[in-house]
Design a protein around this ligand. Structure first.
Ligand code: LHQ
Length: 256
């Protein structure tokens, strides 16, 4: 399918979602929410898609809510009806999602990057929570993911002062997994996504396990591991993994 505000392309098991409103720094419009939720549904049910990438067209990753389509009176509804379902559908997707942060990620654009499983950034990327500057609070999961990634003290600094951090600082803080020079960036995220797309079905279960861990007790987490290990152990890919090990060759996973 094709979409008005995003580019969607599937090849070699990877779905690449490019936010495509470059003149607005890929800020979220109503249409972009509709497009994104439809294409996430498409990617979730397409067996060819085994990993996803979210990136931005032009010089930005995403500047958050389009402030020209903004009404103070309906802000809570906007968050509940558009952003919260988006974040939940990314987290519930049983396929790994990489944020390829090509430029600035601000407000809910930063939240979107944080809700992905891995973040790879170009050395031109930057992050700002942005909410304090417009008199709002963090939303779209930012107040959930940020302290878990960088710790509560740093999360407070990033939210309350709202300063823009560059890619190097983001790496030091643990906001991103890797920073790559701009010229090498597309090849680097394609390499990561390709490796994930060739990975086993259990990557989707791993995602669940890691999402559950921060709020679980040790006992709960041990049980969750045992349960998901049962599911992973019953997959074709787990059989192939052990077979390949015994035969001293690389496994050929099929995502099943
Ligand atoms: C924009 C935007 C933008 C429209 C740049 N909208 N045009 C959820 C639901 C309900 C309520 C509210 O909140 C939320 C979640 C949120 O995301 S709230 C946070 C919303 N985002 C922001 O406050 C960020 C606003 N943008 C900025 O602070 C800067 O533009 C950043 C730091 C992203 C980039 O700065 P620069 O690189 O200096 O670019 P610029 O400011 O010159 O922007 C370039 C153009 O993009 C400019 O338009 P123009 O016509 O002058 O070229 C901006 O107006 C436009 N733009 N962000 N969110």
């Amino acid at each position: 399918m094709s979409y008005e505000t995003i580019l969607y392309e599937v090849s070699d098991g990877v779905a690449v979602i490019t936010l495509n409103r470059p003149d607005r720094l890929n800020a979220f419009s109503r249409q972009m929410h509709l497009d994104l939720s439809a294409c996430l549904r498409e990617a979730a049910r397409d067996p060819e898609v085994r990993a996803l990438v979210v990136t931005g067209a032009g010089r930005a990753f995403c500047a958050g809510q389009d402030l020209d389509e903004f009404d103070h009176g309906t802000v809570a509804d906007l968050v509940r009806e558009r952003y919260n379902p988006l974040i939940l559908s990314l987290r519930r997707l049983e396929k790994p999602v990489v944020a390829a942060v090509n430029g600035v990620a601000a407000g809910a654009g930063m939240s979107l990057a944080l809700a992905c499983d891995l973040r790879i950034a170009s050395d031109r990327a930057s992050f700002t929570t942005a909410f304090a500057r417009i008199g709002l609070v963090p939303d779209s999961g930012l107040s959930y993911f940020l302290p878990r990634l960088v710790g509560t003290g740093r999360a407070a600094e990033l939210c309350l002062l709202g300063e823009r951090v560059d890619a190097r600082q983001a790496l030091e803080l643990g906001l991103v997994n890797r920073v790559v020079p701009e010229a090498e960036f597309p090849a680097a995220w394609r390499d990561w996504a390709g490796r994930l797309a060739r990975g086993p079905r259990s990557l989707g279960y791993m995602k669940q396990l890691l999402a559950h861990a921060p709020q679980a007790t040790l006992e709960e987490q041990l049980e969750h591991e045992a349960w998901l290990q049962g599911l992973a152990g019953a997959t074709e890919d787990a059989q192939e993994g052990v077979r390949a090990f015994r035969e001293k060759r690389e496994p050929r996973f099929r995502g099943r």
